[in-house]
Structures are given as structure tokens and as C-alpha cells.
Design a protein around this ligand. Structure first.
Ligand code: RFL
Length: 400
């Protein structure tokens, strides 16, 4: 920890939240619903945060969380699909057909729509959101009153004393980095698989679509009524420059077995490796890590944003119980509670990634044709057995 600065005007709040993404804003709105004051410090501008496009599905469990807190209005989306199409070598198969557990699976809420809804609701309620806060640093998180320092939009130095710091600043943020290396462990896993993701103003598929075939894995998901997010498994080390738009559309048409796939302007592309990293414990002194600051998970399974929402509720509830009644149970159990769900979702994501890439001729970790056939058999079991599909349903909805 860096030593605290001197001679600045000191403010005070109950919770200083570093990061105004999904986890930080959700923690802020839930704390506010409990009458607990908080300040959100976000490095980027409001418009940048509101435009950043990533996830698209708020799971059934999280939809109910917002409704339970009387905050259902922040979810500006449209109903999710009850089925997922898995196109196996060009043949459509429906995952979840006739599955009672898959009715009402969640809601399609693009991440930026959720962020916009949260910001609007917080500001309408007079919440303290500070955008373009730079040089955020944490001090004394092992003590009773941590201090957070930062420079405001005007460049002036500020410091905020608080009871708790919520580290919601994402993967590679300053909060996790300020925890001493010997104060915990990071469980990391590199899948050795890289994806190209494409956002396009192209009509979404009839239902969420994953394609399995020996050319490699591909997928297409709705990101609003007129936009799609596509994924393509690509060679490790590829860059965006390796994928000009003509090549992207040709490969998507081939892998999705959709020669007439409607194209549209591509608005964003990114190449990234599939990896997991889970920090244990998820707290240090009075610093609590939420969302990607504590754990990252590959997009396969659509769980990153949903884990962030789970952490936010666990944290807000724990602070509420402590503040209202001095009950420390939630704070003490925060890390174990969140890690238990994190590991279950990591297992789901890992299971899906193994199955989809293995069945597409690229088993994670190698294993040749043996692992390819094993993963084809696994996929066939999920597509043909209600019992096997129920596992998928439970995990996808977040009710498992
Ligand atoms: P966020 O949303 O990244 O927010 C972190 C915020 O912290 C700010 N920040 C700082 N602020 C102040 N001071 C600093 N020093 C700061 N450093 C950073 C950042 O500007 C930002 O505003 O993290 P959070 O809240 O933990 O939420 C996590 C989710 O955003 C993430 O898990 C998902 O986007 C992951 N994810 C997906 N999740 C799903 O549930 N379903 C999906 O379909 C899905 N698709 C995806 C994804 C992530 C992707 N990327 C990033 C590879 C697709 C992609 C392409």
C-alpha cells in the first residue's frame, strides 16, 4: 500500500466504490436501496461507459434479483429465448426443447443497456457518481477507516475516508493489484484457445446459435433487435489485422452453414485468449473485490456479467447487515459465498468450452481424435437426453 497523501480536503462516506461498470453500479444501487451512502469513482467518461458493448444475457436468477429489490425497471431488454440452436455439421439441433427447466431462461439485456439503466436510475435518485476520476489509489485498507485518493476531472486531488472499499475496477484494475502478493492466491488457467469476436449491425439469428463442425467453432447471438455478436475460434496469436471483413463474413457463412447469412456494418472486432483467473480470498481487510476484479471467466457460458451481479448483491447485503445491526456474518462469509458460485460457473464454462471446441476438431489441451470423439459423444448426450440437458438448463438460468 502506498503511504497516504497529506493536506487535502477529506470527505467521508460508508462505501467507496472503485469502478462504475456492472458490479460497481449494481453495488451502488443496492446499497442505496438499503439507505447506505456510497461514492462511485469511474476512470472513464459517462458516455464511454454507456457505449461499451460486451455481454448480452442477464440470467433468470439475476432478473429475479433486480425484481426482488424493486429494481426491475433497470433491465431494458427483451425476453430471452427458451432454446439454443446447436448446428452440428450444418444440421440444426435444439438444446432445451421440451425442457421445463428452460422456460423463461433470462433476459437479453445488452451490457451497455444495463449500465445505462443503472446510471440513469442512480442519478435520478441523487447518487454520487464521479466520472473521469484518475490516479485512484487505496490506503489503509487493513485498518478501520480506509482512504481512497484520486484526481478529479479538473485535476484536483481528492481523498475519501470510508468504512469499506468495493474494488469493482475489472480485470487488471488497481484494487486487486494493491493486495500484497502473499495475502492470497490466484488460480489461473489458459485454455490455449483464441476467439475473434465481432459486433455487427446484422440481423440477429432466430434463436441463439452455436455451430460445431470441423472448420472450427462459431456462434451468433442477438445484441438487440438489429445487432449480432459473432464469435469465431481462430489460431492462437491471430490479430484483428489477420481478419479483414471479407474473410470474417466468408468464414462465418462457412462455419454457420449459412451461405445467405445477412451481413451488415461491422462495428467492433477483438481477438482474445480464453482464460480464467480466480483470486482467493476475494477480500483483504476492508477491501472487497467484485466481478472481474476478483475472477475472470471465458464468455463461453455467458457468466461474467452474471457473476458480477451476484457479487454485488452478496456485498451490499453484507454491508447492510453490518451497518444496521453490527452483524459481520455476511462480510466474513463474502469470499466463500461468491467463490462457491464462481467455481460452479467456471466448471460450467469449462465444460462447455471443452465440449464445443472438442466437437469442432480442436480439443482443449489436445488429445487428438480420441478427445474429439469423446466431446462429440458428450454433445450428443446433451442434445438427446433430458437428464443431461437439465444440467445445462440449471446452469444457464443460474438456478443450479
Ligand atoms: P467492468 O464492467 O469491466 O467494469 C470495470 C470498471 O472499472 C473501471 N476502472 C476504473 N475506475 C477507476 N479507477 C481505475 N483505476 C479503474 N480501472 C478500471 C473501468 O473503466 C470499468 O468501467 O467489470 P465488472 O463490473 O466486474 O463487470 C464484469 C463484466 O463486465 C464482464 O464479466 C463481462 O463483460 C464478461 N463478458 C460476458 N459476460 C456475460 O455474462 N455474458 C456474455 O455474453 C459476455 N460476453 C464478456 C463478453 C466480456 C468480453 N470481453 C471483455 C472479452 C464478451 C466479451 C468480448
Amino acid at each position: 500500500m502506498t503511504p497516504p497523501p497529506r493536506s487535502r480536503e477529506r470527505e467521508s462516506t460508508t462505501v467507496a466504490i472503485v469502478g462504475g461498470g456492472v458490479s460497481g453500479l449494481t453495488a451502488a444501487i443496492l446499497l442505496r436501496a438499503c439507505g447506505i451512502d456510497a461514492v462511485v469513482l469511474e476512470r472513464r467518461s459517462r458516455s464511454y461507459v454507456e457505449e461499451r458493448q460486451r455481454a448480452g444475457v442477464v440470467e433468470y436468477r439475476a432478473v429475479h434479483m433486480f425484481e426482488r429489490w424493486g429494481l426491475g425497471d433497470v433491465l431494458h431488454g427483451f425476453p430471452g429465448d427458451d432454446f439454443m440452436e446447436i448446428r452440428v455439421d450444418g444440421q440444426p439441433r435444439l438444446l432445451g426443447e421440451n425442457m421445463p427447466g428452460l422456460a423463461d431462461t433470462g433476459r437479453l439485456v445488452p451490457q451497455q443497456a444495463l449500465v445505462r439503466g443503472l446510471i440513469a436510475a442512480l442519478l435520478a435518485d441523487g447518487a454520487d457518481l464521479r466520472f473521469e476520476a484518475s490516479d485512484v489509489a487505496l490506503h489503509h485498507v487493513e485498518g478501520e477507516r480506509p482512504l481512497v485518493t484520486y484526481a478529479g476531472q479538473d485535476g484536483r486531488a481528492h481523498e475519501i475516508e470510508c468504512d469499506f472499499v468495493a474494488g469493482c475496477d475489472g480485470d487488471r484494475g488497481i484494487c486487486a493489484a494493491s493486495i500484497p502478493a502473499d495475502a492470497g492466491e490466484v488460480h489461473a488457467y489458459d485454455y490455449g484457445i483464441w476467439w475473434l469476436t465481432i459486433l455487427a449491425d446484422a440481423p440477429p439469428p432466430e434463436r441463439p446459435l452455436m455451430a460445431v463442425g470441423m472448420r472450427g467453432y462459431a456462434a451468433q447471438f442477438a445484441r438487440g433487435p438489429k445487432a449480432s455478436r459473432f464469435y469465431l475460434h481462430v489460431a492462437a496469436g491471430d490479430t484483428v489485422a489477420d481478419w479483414p471483413h471479407d474473410r470474417i463474413w466468408a468464414e462465418l457463412k462457412a462455419r454457420l452453414h449459412a451461405p445467405d447469412l445477412p451481413a451488415g456494418p461491422i462495428t467492433a472486432t477483438e481477438v482474445f485468449p480464453l482464460r480464467s483467473a480466480i483470486r482467493e480470498p476475494m477480500s483483504h481487510g476492508r477491501l472487497y473485490l467484485l466481478g472481474d476484479a476478483a475472477h475472470i471467466i471465458p464468455p463461453m457460458g455467458a457468466k461474467g456479467m452474471n457473476l458480477a451481479l451476484f457479487d454485488a448483491e452478496a456485498f451490499a447485503t453484507a454491508v447492510r447487515d453490518f451497518t444496521a445491526a453490527g452483524d459481520e456474518t455476511g462480510l466474513r462469509g463474502y469470499s466463500a459465498t461468491c467463490l462457491e458460485r464462481t467455481w460452479r460457473y467456471q466448471e460450467f464454462s469449462n465444460w462447455m468450452a471443452d465440449m464445443m471446441h472438442g466437437a469442432s476438431g480442436h480439443p482443449v489441451g489436445g488429445g487428438g481424435t480420441f478427445r474429439q470423439r469423446i466431446m462429440r459423444a458428450r454433445l450428443e448426450r446433451v442434445l438427446s437426453s433430458d437428464v443431461a440437458a437439465r444440467y445445462y438448463a440449471e446452469m444457464f438460468t443460474g438456478l443450479g
